[in-house]
Design a binder for this molecule. Structure first.
Ligand code: DMJ
Length: 455
């Protein structure tokens, strides 16, 4: 990394927003924050250069065997595209320019492969849109439009809810059993594309999909975790805020924040009320959101996990700081109880239900939003714990590895692209000076790609 850049960053901290008295009293002056931001940036550099050395031209790094993996028969450079806007935010400008050049030369979506509509939308389409907005490069927008056009056949189901898989070349579709997250987490990206290209069809299709999930909520206002996009019938009626459902709720609110779409606000307001009423749970161990039956609200399992930990961030955006703080306290307990958070825990007994840690960002993301909203240094303290845990348990010679188990701390040979897109981005932004990114001027998609309202 360039020393001049480091110097400029340090200076920015000194000149930039001063720490509040509360922060200084707790030992968090600007210099302390600058040190931590720089440490996170160095860890990003470590993982990025490992990816470059061992997995360049592929989707992701295998950080134990120093190999690579691809999601499909052809690579889409998932980690490079997912990490690009993080580099830009960290001021790694030369590296970002080189990566941009590589992506523009290499990305091609005319491939005879079935891809996952949701994952490709949040990682690739979201990455292309934020890259376009941050660099002003029109070819990123062309690529985004090309990709989204190839994804469009996914929406041609009897209900308008997209199939999980679509072939980018033939438009053939597969896999009719989907879930609210995969159906309902497309509108920020497709909607942004509509506003930037002037073609409303992307917004219309993605919004219809979201509405079709909402329409099928139960009488008490909850959704299940699996749905057939051809018949519209629920195939699993377990309801919660975790994986398979999580970002459906996130996008109901964020669609209102980004597009001021009143329908989204109304859908969010109704859904939020049901979620608070039936899922929230005060246990001896803290304030949690559990798993219930969507029809009756009867408790299915007192479980919460790494993915559920996005919800304090959503509560902050909703202006509900009281619930956000309490839930974040609980989510942080889940992290510290094991040294790193497990994928799922029983919050009554604090026994692990699913022991893996996939380098997920949500716990950190929520601490970042809470710090932004409150300025409370307790969230900076949390940030140092996350960073130390990651370095202690997940760092390898070439990057960062997931954990098979937070109990044994056995590593797993995979580094997901969202580690660079989200986990280290949120951790960096937590410590970086506020002017690094004006959070009030953007809305993050669920993969932490900032989308700017330019319309
Ligand atoms: C990311 O791809 C997104 O944050 C998604 O919403 C949930 N799963 C991962 C991170 O855990």
């Amino acid at each position: 990394m360039k020393t001049t850049l480091l110097y400029v960053m340090a200076l920015a901290f000194l000149l930039g927003g001063c720490a509040s008295e509360e922060q200084e009293a707790s030992g968090w002056d600007d210099a302390a924050r600058a040190r931590l931001a720089e440490e996170v940036r160095a860890e990003f550099w470590h993982a990025w250069t490992g990816y470059k050395q061992h997995a360049w031209g592929h989707d992701g790094l295998k950080p134990l065997s120093n190999g690579y993996y691809d999601w499909y028969e052809v690579p889409f450079y998932m980690t490079a595209l997912d990490a690009l806007d993080t580099m830009l935010l960290m001021g790694l400008d030369d590296e970002a320019t080189a990566t941009q050049r590589f992506l523009l030369d290499s990305l091609a979506f005319d491939q005879d492969v079935f891809v996952q509509t949701f994952e490709v939308t949040i990682r690739l389409l979201g990455g292309l849109l934020s890259a376009h907005q941050m660099t002003g490069e029109p070819r990123f927008l062309d690529l985004a439009e090309n990709l989204a056009t190839r994804l469009m056949p996914a929406f041609e189901s009897p209900t308008g809810m997209p199939y999980r898989l679509v072939n980018l070349e033939t438009g053939a579709v597969r896999d009719s059993i989907s879930n609210p997250a995969e159906v309902g987490t497309l509108l920020l990206e497709f909607g942004t594309l509509s506003t930037l290209t002037g073609n409303p069809v992307f917004y219309r299709k993605a919004k219809q999909a979201l509405v079709e999930v909402y329409r099928r909520r139960s009488d008490i206002g909850l959704v299940g975790e699996r749905i057939n996009v051809e018949t519209g019938a629920w195939t699993s009626t377990t309801s919660h805020i975790g994986g398979l459902i999580d970002s459906y709720y996130e996008y109901l609110l964020k669609c209102w924040l980004l597009f001021e779409d009143e329908d989204c606000k109304q859908m969010w307001d109704t859904s939020r009320a049901a979620v608070h009423r039936y899922l929230a749970y005060d246990a001896e161990t803290g304030f949690w959101y559990g798993r219930v039956d969507m029809e009756t609200g009867a408790l299915d399992a007192p479980e919460f996990g790494a993915l559920d930990a996005f919800f304090p961030a959503v509560l902050v955006l909703d202006g509900d700081l009281e619930r956000a703080r309490r839930l974040q306290d609980a989510a942080f307990t889940m992290w510290t109880a094991f040294g790193v958070e497990p994928e799922r825990v029983n919050y009554r007994t604090m026994q692990v239900v699913h022991p893996a840690y996939y380098l997920r960002p949500e716990n950190i993301e929520s601490a970042y939003y809470l710090f932004h909203a409150t300025g409370d240094p307790v969230y900076l303290d949390m940030g140092t714990v996350y960073l130390e845990s990651l370095k202690t348990h997940c760092r390898t010679a070439s990057g960062y590895a997931e954990l098979e188990s937070v109990v044994t701390k056995t590593k797993r040979d995979r580094m997901e692209s969202f580690f660079l897109a989200e986990t280290l981005k949120y951790l960096y932004l937590l410590f970086a000076p506020p002017e690094t990114l004006d959070l009030d001027a953007i809305v993050f998609n669920t993969e932490a790609h900032p989308l700017r309202k330019t319309w």
